[in-house]
Design a protein around this ligand. Structure first.
Ligand SMILES: *Cc1c(COP(=O)(O)O)cnc(C)c1O
Length: 350
């Protein structure tokens, strides 16, 4: 048994997955009459047919864009599916635990609770840098997962590649690096580069942010073919629906447009990042590598500013109660017009 297999729950390791009609047909090539899946013969644009359970075309497209083998790609119903699968594959309820940075994305903790897995948050340093030694010290023989998020939500900062390498190499479980905001991070080496020569890393990406497909629910995980095969075995057979697969393919066919959108968002991030510190109500603007900016409101008045913006029909994320982020609001970078509306409303705050 390889070292990673030893981390997998025994019931998952020996699981025989549900075999779909489409799996058994071994592909659509040459088939003229489909009478295997009790589908309706009536329907438009193929919507009467079950979608490809393994999202072959979508994976080929992603493989090309990301320069990664298709067998190393998992496609899920949002990255939230991949997050939940990590627990279901590696963590025995009531026995195993997961360590994570804090503050960070809430779903790692929620999925731990749902799966009855002890969740051990480790506060980032006060400048939001990675506490490598404290994270490793929080692990024990039952720690299967270590969650980091880079650029981190809600703090916005990307974590240094060398530190992620160190975590992956010293941790005896699976390091999950959530890079939902990867496309906004200009660092030269990122999560995917951690996969080279390592068996214990899972990198999460999503089409929900830079690709503009939050409504389609398409998340990605990159890892070894072994870990990806486990994810495929445990997922719902038809986890990504036909409409979403089609829309994702369409979007990935016009990556140039996406790249333009990313450039606009980065330019706006820089612009409002320069203006926000000049506004009286704002005490601090934290550096960001994502498509949002965390700001600290003066005199602990984050809740007041939040309510004020709401009166202007502007909604931002209130993080003022999050340990480590007291007094802060998280603001997504919008279009130039949206951002001007926001800046104007903040200037009006008394
Ligand atoms: C937005 C976000 C996601 C995206 O989740 P989806 O289920 O793919 O929409 C994942 N991780 C983090 C940290 C996020 O902020």
């Amino acid at each position: 048994m390889n070292d990673i297999a030893k981390l997998v729950r025994p019931n998952i390791l020996k699981l025989s997955p549900y075999s779909t009609a489409r799996d058994e047909a071994g592909g659509a090539e040459g088939i003229r009459v489909w009478l295997d899946a009790n589908e309706s013969p009536y329907g438009e644009d193929g919507i009467n047919r079950y979608p490809d359970p393994m999202q072959k075309r979508l994976k080929e497209k992603i493989a090309e864009i990301e320069n990664i083998h298709a067998e190393s790609i998992f496609v899920g119903n949002g990255s939230d599916e991949a997050i939940d699968l990590m627990y279901r594959i590696f963590c025995t309820p009531g026995e195993d635990n997961a360590v994570a940075i804090a503050p960070t994305y809430g779903m790692y903790g929620v999925c731990a609770d749902i799966n009855d897995i002890e969740y051990r948050p480790v506060q980032l340093n006060s400048d939001f840098s990675l506490p490598v030694e404290r994270l490793l010290a929080a692990t024990d023989g039952h720690t299967k997962l270590l969650w980091v998020c880079s650029p981190n939500n809600p703090t916005g900062n990307a974590l240094p590649f060398e530190q992620l390498c160190e975590l992956a190499d010293r941790f005896r479980g699976i390091l999950v690096v959530d890079e939902a905001y990867s496309e906004f991070n200009t660092a030269s080496r990122k999560g995917k580069d951690l996969l080279k020569g390592r068996e214990n890393v899972v990198v999460l990406h999503t089409l929900s942010k830079a690709y503009g497909l939050a409504g389609a629910r398409v998340g990605l995980a990159f890892s070894t073919p072994f870990i990806v095969s486990l994810m495929n075995k445990v997922k719902y057979p038809y986890n990504v629906n036909l409409l979403s697969q089609t829309k994702a393919l369409e979007t990935l066919d016009s990556v140039d447009k996406i790249r333009d959108n990313i450039r606009s968002i980065l330019a706006e991030r820089e612009r409002i990042g320069n203006i926000l510190p000049l506004i009286d109500a704002i005490e601090e603007v934290y550096p960001t590598d994502a498509n949002f900016i965390l700001v600290k409101v003066r005199e602990g008045r984050a809740d007041d500013l939040y309510a004020h913006l709401k009166d202007f029909h502007i909604i931002v994320r209130n993080r003022s109660k999050t340990p480590g982020c007291a007094g802060t609001l998280r603001i997504t970078v919008g279009t130039a017009e949206e951002n001007d509306t926001l800046l104007e409303a903040i200037r009006n705050f008394k």
